[in-house]
Design a protein around this ligand. Structure first.
Ligand SMILES: *Cc1c(COP(=O)(O)O)cnc(C)c1O
Length: 379
């Protein structure tokens, strides 16, 4: 029956990769989508016992055909040599970092990187393994060039960053780092593999939480890391020994998520831009942070390195923290929660000040705006 995956030739575009890469998996009785391989083990035919090395699949902690199909799609989308899927975004992030640093190395990291990424660097790498870290804003190239030291081995980026949506110039940072033997890793979760392809700009590793847009339905936790084959061999070692490979059922759901990623992102993009513009025009709003707005300070850079924008955005209200909290409590359609990327709209408010972050979901955009406007009008 099944002959297993054949090498995939890139067809025209991302949309075809999302849906059709993997069509070459032979499917039982013409099943329209690929099967799920829920097995922990692939046995060796006796006539191949002496040729074990050539076997792509043997044990489920190392590789699995369903996980492999998801990885091939991500590698094709990001134009990288190899992608590896993980049990969470954090597993992908910490494995990528561990593949790049050793005891005593210095890391430069953007200061508003995802919170747990910072805790991992501070408590594990600095606290236990004698690494050093310098946190930088990252919107100026000099943040990196001024802080590099002889023992700098990693520049960790997140563009755009989650609360302020500031960008780093990925090509410029990569051009600085690469000749010095400094690795670059970027958290590409906000833009997704559709709207930003960091490897084409010279970045070494692109990492994602798949739990957000790629899976897309707020129903699973997953992550992925993509880069050139050589460096990904190191990442694979980490994944193998930490045992943090993505499980087949989740991988199969991620493949399902990919099929609709293009249409979902288009809807998130236009709804978020519409809401961002209306927020900007409201008297109770001091400023809106969204890389798709003409007023965004790094709009030119955003256009240069991203082909689209997604929906998490933030805004500052013309009031204090207590009133910002009341604003959030009055909202009906926005649930309070730190995650994003699913159907449901979300909101979080900063501990101090009046910065509010929303994820514009796939509900009716007029309904969402009425909700926001109704609460804004009371400020
Ligand atoms: C959620 C998130 C992560 C972590 O992903 P998990 O799948 O929850 O481990 C990493 N980076 C960003 C930007 C995130 O929003």
């Amino acid at each position: 029956m099944a002959t297993g995956p054949q090498p995939f030739e890139l067809r025209d575009n991302d949309a075809n990769i999302l849906a059709h890469l993997g069509d070459d998996y032979e499917r039982y009785e013409g099943a329209v989508i690929q099967p799920i391989f829920m097995n922990s083990l692939h046995v060796t035919p006796k006539d191949q016992m002496d040729d074990q090395q050539r076997r792509r699949f043997a044990y489920g902690r190392v590789s699995n055909p369903t996980v492999d199909l998801f990885e091939r799609k991500i590698a094709a989308l990001e134009q990288g040599g190899k992608a590896l899927a993980f049990a969470s975004g954090m597993a992908a992030i910490s494995s990528a970092i561990l593949a790049c640093v050793k005891t005593g190395d210095h890391i430069i990291c953007v200061d508003s990187a995802y919170g747990p990424t910072r805790v991992f660097i501070d408590e594990f790498l600095v606290g236990k393994f004698g690494c050093e870290v310098t946190y930088v804003v990252g919107s100026d190239l000099s943040d990196f060039t001024d802080n590099a030291k002889p023992n700098t081995s990693l520049i960790y980026l997140e563009s755009p960053v989650s609360m302020t949506f500031r960008l780093q110039d990925l090509r410029a940072v990569a051009d600085f780092a690469r000749p010095r033997g400094i690795r670059t890793v970027v958290d590409n979760s906000w833009a997704t593999p559709l709207f930003q392809k960091p490897l084409t700009l010279g970045i070494d590793l692109s990492v994602h939480t798949v739990s957000k847009y790629i899976a897309g339905h707020s129903d699973l936790i997953a992550g992925v890391c993509v880069g050139c084959e050589d460096l990904m061999k190191e990442v694979h070692r980490v994944r193998e020994f930490y045992g943090c490979i993505l499980q087949p059922m989740e991988a199969w759901l991620c493949i399902r998520g990919l099929r609709s990623l293009g249409v979902r992102l288009k809807a998130h993009q236009s709804a978020a831009l519409e809401i961002a513009k209306r927020l900007e025009a409201h008297r109770a709003v001091k400023a809106v942070n969204h890389p798709g707005l003409e007023s965004f300070p790094q709009r030119e850079l955003a256009k240069r390195q991203m082909s689209g924008t997604t929906s998490p955005l933030s805004f500052e209200l013309n009031c204090g923290n207590a009133e910002a909290r009341e604003f959030v409590k009055r909202l009906g359609w926005f649930n309070v929660g730190p995650s994003w990327g699913g159907f449901e709209s979300m909101v979080v408010v900063s501990g101090e000040g009046s910065l509010v972050r929303i994820h514009v979901g796939l509900e009716d955009v007029e309904t969402l705006w009425n909700d926001l406007e109704g609460s804004l009008d009371k400020i």
